[in-house]
Design a protein around this ligand. Structure first.
Ligand code: SF4
Length: 323
């Protein structure tokens, strides 16, 4: 059984022009211990998906349909109080800006201890201090940082503190929404290596959200590709390294320079994503797709599940067994 099973998730924003369907029927699953990446351009719905999973959406956004099953439990049926109990203990979220997770006027140690004592009230202060120090050591920060305020640390250190906070309660799944986007490449690599190392040691799963597909190809087991509120492909790292199946995935892969092999001219993807208040008929990628067929502008592509994963494109037809 999958650890997380998201089925037909729908999220919309109410606007004066009508409902904006930011996430429109998205389904995917994450296995225990799996590193799952979610990628797409800005506005494709990937962060909205993360916020929906963490119940952090604020009006005018709202979940309008679908189900989110976590470890066999339907999360959409939980009360806010029930959800709060599992948010930090089993499914913490690490946001792009660490200051969104941290309180700027509290020392790091006090914040870590607060999280521990909120979920484990029997813990003594001394035990909580020791566990907070141990959590910092796990992300290669000395325990002296417990006495610092967030603004006294670099961006990379703050993000490590948030990862330490996420690890405190031995979670099953950590959601990471663009956790390295604001960091320089060297710091980014250090944090990604640390996540992989900690995942090997503790066995948690990760949902890693970014617009940077090559970064995901360095460490993720599988990647879901979103376009205009829809999931268009889910493939293993190995499949994507061969070039991907959906034309949008192929376009994304050709938009980034390769660190290996001969130099090639980058192609990019022409055009812009559609307006999700009135998306185009048929395939939403059709106005930008170099492989479009006559049926692409008429009918939405079906969903194909097969041994390679999932793809939604008229080039591949439908059918196959669910992955
Ligand atoms: Fe391109 Fe058609 Fe596939 Fe859409 S369904 S990605 S337009 S080939």
């Amino acid at each position: 059984m999958a650890l997380l099973e998201v089925s037909d998730l729908q999220v919309q924003y109410e606007t004066v022009r009508g409902p904006f369907k930011a996430v429109d029927g998205v389904s995917f699953s994450i296995r225990r211990g799996e590193l799952f990446g979610l990628v797409g351009e800005s506005g494709c719905g990937k962060s909205t998906t993360a916020y929906a999973l963490s119940r952090l959406l604020k009006p005018p956004a709202k979940v309008t349909g679908g189900s989110i099953a976590f470890d066999g439990r339907e999360l959409t049926a939980l009360s806010d109080a029930e959800f709060d109990r599992i948010r930090w203990s089993r499914i913490p979220i690490v946001l792009q800006n660490a200051m969104s997770n941290l309180n700027p006027v509290m020392r790091i140690g006090a914040q870590l201890i607060d999280v521990l004592q909120a979920h484990r009230p029997k813990l003594t202060k001394a035990q909580a201090v020791a566990e907070a120090a141990r959590a910092l050591e796990l992300v290669d920060l000395p325990k002296e940082k417990l006495h610092r305020y967030p603004h006294e640390l670099s961006g990379g250190m703050r993000q490590r503190v948030v990862i330490a906070m996420a690890l405190l309660l031995k979670p099953d799944l950590i959601i990471m929404d663009e956790p390295t986007t604001a960091l320089d490449v060297i710091t980014q690599q250090g944090i990604v290596s640390k996540i992989v190392e900690l995942k090997r040691e503790f066995g948690f799963a990760v949902l890693f959200i970014t617009h940077d597909l090559p970064l995901l190809l360095e460490f993720c087991d599988r990647v879901g590709v979103m376009y205009a509120g829809k999931m268009v492909e889910i493939s293993s790292r190995e499949e994507l390294l061969k070039g991907g199946r959906h034309p949008y995935t192929q376009g994304l892969l050709q938009s980034f320079p390769s660190l290996h092999g001969p130099k090639v001219r980058l192609k990019g993807i022409p055009g812009l994503p559609p307006d999700l208040i009135s998306p185009p008929q048929g395939c939403r990628f059709q106005p930008r797709c170099g492989q479009a067929r006559p049926e692409c502008g008429v009918a939405s592509p079906g969903e194909r599940f097969d041994e390679k994963g999932f793809v939604s494109c008229h080039l591949y037809g439908q059918g196959g067994a669910a992955s």
